[in-house]
Write a new protein. Structure first.
Length: 285
């Protein structure tokens, strides 16, 4: 995964923090103690480090248990609400003041008193996709972390079998994206590929119907005959699908909007498309 932004606190290498954070056992007894304030030290940004903040995002990272969780920085009230998720987990807990998290994340970040340092999710490959719902998403250079986070949240809600992104021209899978995904990052299988066109070739060879969502599509998605499994390909806002991506799709379909507004934000369009696709596939079952 790519590097997150540089924090105001750093350390030279793992195990060499400056100054040392106050290590507090994960117990309700800690909730009444004074917070450690600014004595917490955070890890230096690195490719093998994910920073996750916010109540839902941190809670689901602990619950899902798909990644190695390293250190939890929490205010006393927020820590008290996480006791069930922390039970049996090997994660160091540090009680801190809200201002410490503000300094690390920025005053605009809605951290809700929680910041988790963890390892990235295990890398997955196209061949790791297990067809269950019969739906996969492929994102063609969608770079806005809010949009991708919202898409991952929707993908988790619809139990999609995978979300394919490119290694380049994709946002960091931590921070703002993880917060926006509200826990969805932990449940939607994420597959990074070097070349999306090649990945679509692989999916086609594996029997996937490749449907590109395009405002200039020849038919509406509602009128498009779908088959299981299907991959829905979404393009970036403004630019849409790239030429080669369009050529790799079996069909281009549009979302017809009956109202005065004829286009949707890509994350909203994804939710509509998944709703229509799921209905179509369920009718065939």
């Amino acid at each position: 995964m790519k590097k997150p932004g540089k924090p105001p606190f750093s350390r030279a290498k793992d195990g060499d923090r400056r100054p040392p954070a106050r290590n507090v056992p994960a117990s309700p007894r800690n909730a009444g103690k004074p917070p450690a304030g600014s004595d917490a030290a955070f890890r230096r940004p690195a490719p093998d480090l994910a920073v996750i903040y916010g109540g839902h995002a941190v809670r689901e990272a602990l619950r899902a248990n798909r990644r190695k969780c390293l250190d939890l920085f929490a205010t006393a009230p927020a820590l008290e609400r996480l006791q069930a998720e922390l039970a049996g987990r090997d994660v160091k807990v540090h009680v801190v003041a809200p201002e410490t998290l503000d300094a690390r994340l920025g005053a605009e970040a809605v951290h809700q008193g929680l910041l988790l340092e963890a390892r990235p999710l295990p890398a997955l490959d196209i061949t790791d996709i297990e067809v269950k719902s019969g739906l996969v998403l492929a994102l063609d250079q969608i770079t806005d972390p809010h949009n991708v986070g919202a898409i991952l949240r929707t993908a988790a809600a619809f139990a999609v079998d995978g979300v394919i992104v490119t290694e380049r021209h994709a946002p960091d899978f931590s921070g703002v994206l993880a917060k926006t995904a509200s826990g969805g990052l932990e449940h939607a299988p994420l597959i990074e590929v070097v070349n999306l066109a090649r990945a679509l070739d692989q999916l086609g060879d594996a029997g996937f119907l490749r449907v590109g969502l395009d405002s200039e599509g020849s038919a509406s998605l509602e009128d498009t005959v779908l088959s299981r499994p299907t991959v829905l390909v979404l393009g970036a806002e403004g630019k849409g699908l790239r030429r080669l991506t369009r050529e790799k799709c079996d069909v281009l379909a549009r979302l017809d909007m009956p109202g005065a507004i004829k286009s949707l934000n890509v994350s909203n369009a994804c939710a509509v498309a998944l709703t229509l696709a799921r209905q179509a596939l369920n009718q065939q079952a």
